[in-house]
Ligand binder design. Structure first.
Ligand code: HEC
Length: 181
């Protein structure tokens, strides 16, 4: 093989390597977001307001009350559901903030409950409102409908049972859990 041919050969291998690297990088970038959130079509209750007229009220306003389901809910199941949240949240006391704030003790606390976390404007605007069970139910069913402009890019948990399970899981991550309704 002449030097020239050898160089062409080496250049071809180098090029192939670069193409492989770039395409695996692109593939990773494409795949990453789907690991974080549920598929966008799971947004709960979008079809719930066919003729509401005017500014759309949050579909979450029409959810069944979560209270009765909380009595039957299961924190261990909730821990399972919470794997979907763990990309962005930690739950234990003193845990770090990630993309989202640490969620220890969130039930009964104010909206935007972590000092020093950069909450969205809408969440800061609700700062005098408490996270009771129904507020969490509505937020988790459809974060964007509950808090338009929220930084929580999560489609929502469509199933009420899953929301109830994850809420009792959150309740297990508290110093003094409030009573169930
Ligand atoms: C893609 C990242 C992401 C995922 C997944 C996610 N969250 Fe969040 N979450 C956030 C961010 C960011 C905020 C702050 C929202 C804001 O400021 O508008 C937030 C805020 C919250 C809050 C309000 C905290 C407070 O102090 O007011 C609760 C409660 C919450 N998330 C629960 C959950 C639960 C439960 C799940 C799983 C079912 C979940 N989140 C999934 C990113 C995420």
């Amino acid at each position: 093989m002449s030097t020239f041919e050898f160089n062409k050969f080496a250049a071809a291998i180098l090029l192939a390597g670069i193409i492989a690297m770039v395409s695996s990088f692109i593939a990773e970038e494409l795949i990453k977001p789907t690991k974080l959130a549920q598929p966008a079509y799971v947004i709960a209750g979008v079809e719930a307001h066919p003729a509401a007229g005017g500014a759309a009220a949050p579909p979450a306003a029409e959810l069944e009350p979560i209270g009765p389901l909380l009595a039957k809910a299961n924190a261990a199941e909730g821990a399972n559901v919470a794997k979907q949240c763990a990309a962005c949240h930690t739950f234990d006391k003193g845990g770090p903030n990630r993309v989202g704030p640490n969620l220890f003790g969130v039930i009964g606390s104010v909206h935007g409950h972590v000092e020093g976390f950069a909450f969205s404007k809408v969440m800061e605007g609700m700062h005098d409102k408490k996270w009771d069970y129904e507020a969490l139910n509505k937020f988790l069913a459809n974060p964007k409908a509950y808090a338009p402009g929220t930084k929580m890019t999560f489609a929502g948990l469509r199933k009420a049972e899953q929301r109830a399970d994850v809420i009792v899981f959150l309740r297990s991550k508290m110093d003094s859990p409030p009573p169930l309704p």
